[in-house]
Design a protein around this ligand. Structure first.
Ligand SMILES: Nc1ncnc2c1ncn2[C@@H]1O[C@H](COP(=O)(O)OP(=O)(O)O)[C@@H](O)[C@H]1O
Ligand SMILES: Cc1ncsc1CCOP(=O)(O)O
Ligand SMILES: [Mg+2]
Length: 289
């Protein structure tokens, strides 16, 4: 694996059959690229997540901008290196801006990432998320219930809103099919994160259960995925796995000193900011299914 700074890409997995792929090194290389390039990431996100998401991006070295006005998108979105679109507090007046940002990102050949928050919670939300998915994000990242709702295309009578009532492993096959149908990389988060392009399935084993007790941790890791894919758009599977692993490692090291969800939230941001190569290389845990 060699970094090619001039073209913004990383050579990956040539001869992977003979040589085991070095995922920790890959994750660290992606993180270094984010720190070096400080990509501008436009986030059209929910009111709950704005602060944590922006701070997560900043502590990782990216440059967040929470800009959603439909009037600004044609002019602003082409300046961003990546876009994150999140359905968390969706209302009909926000949807045109989300769709326009997705289209402008596509026209500008910039990756955008979709977080279909609570997709199975209502028919309005599900329809909106499916319409956004049809605009071809590079990556869609959701919890188990969200990915299952997108795959089945129907609301979930057992939905608990933004929280998952399914384990991530329950949604792996749905994620593979959804990736094949949509042409997008699909990431299902949970105790293990699964990332698939419909063919390969990559598993990330980092993270701590207490992340489920911090609102917008999922939203924030989706924004981090946007930053990682922005610096290596031609390797969306690898960049997504790297972002999930680095976020997970930051939560693990933060957890060493945390007294509960509130302190973990702060310590996660500090850990992301201060994460060093030796810690990342020793803690990143990624494999194939
Ligand atoms: N039980 C768990 N153990 C370790 N990490 C977890 C666990 N549950 C969720 N995570 C991590 O928390 C982050 C948010 O995932 P998740 O809770 O599934 O998203 P959401 O908040 O959108 O429901 C991800 O980085 C994921 O890996
Ligand atoms: C609580 C809540 N309600 C609408 S959006 C939101 C935040 C959801 O964040 P996450 O999906 O990352 O847990
Ligand atoms: Mg979520």
């Amino acid at each position: 694996m060699e970094e090619d700074k001039s073209s913004n890409t990383i050579e990956t997995q040539k001869g992977a059959q003979e040589l085991p792929f070095d995922w920790p090194k890959q994750a660290w290389t992606h993180f270094e690229l984010v720190r070096q390039k400080s990509p501008l990431i436009q986030c059209i996100t929910n009111f709950v997540s704005m602060d944590f998401m922006a701070n997560t991006l900043l502590s990782a070295g990216a440059s967040p901008a929470m800009i959603h006005s439909v009037e600004e998108i044609p002019e602003f979105t082409p300046k961003a290196l990546g876009v994150c679109i999140n359905a968390g507090t969706l209302t009909p007046d926000w949807l045109p801006g989300m769709k326009l940002a997705a289209q402008v990102a596509n026209q500008s050949k910039k990756p955008w990432v979709l977080d279909p928050v609570a997709a199975g919670g209502s028919s309005f939300r599900l329809k909106a998320c499916l319409e956004l998915l049809a605009l071809k994000p590079s990556v869609v990242r959701g919890n188990g219930s969200e990915i299952l709702a997108l795959f089945k295309g129907c609301v979930d009578s057992n939905s608990k809103g933004v929280d998952s009532v399914h384990g991530s492993s329950d949604a792996v096959e749905a994620a593979k099919s959804l990736a094949q149908q949509s042409g997008c990389v699909v990431a299902v988060s949970g105790a293990v994160d699964y990332i698939t392009d419909g063919d390969r399935v990559v598993c990330v084993h980092n993270g701590v259960p207490m992340l489920q007790k911090i609102t917008a941790s999922g939203c924030s890791v989706t924004a981090l995925i946007a930053a990682f894919v922005a610096v290596d758009p031609s390797h969306a599977v690898e960049a997504t796995a790297s972002a999930l692993a680095i976020f997970g490692v930051a939560s693990e090291t933060g957890m060493d000193m945390a007294r509960g969800p509130a302190s973990l939230r702060t310590l996660l941001i500090d850990s992301l900011y201060g994460l060093d190569e030796a810690t990342a290389l020793s803690r990143v845990r990624i494999n194939h299914l």
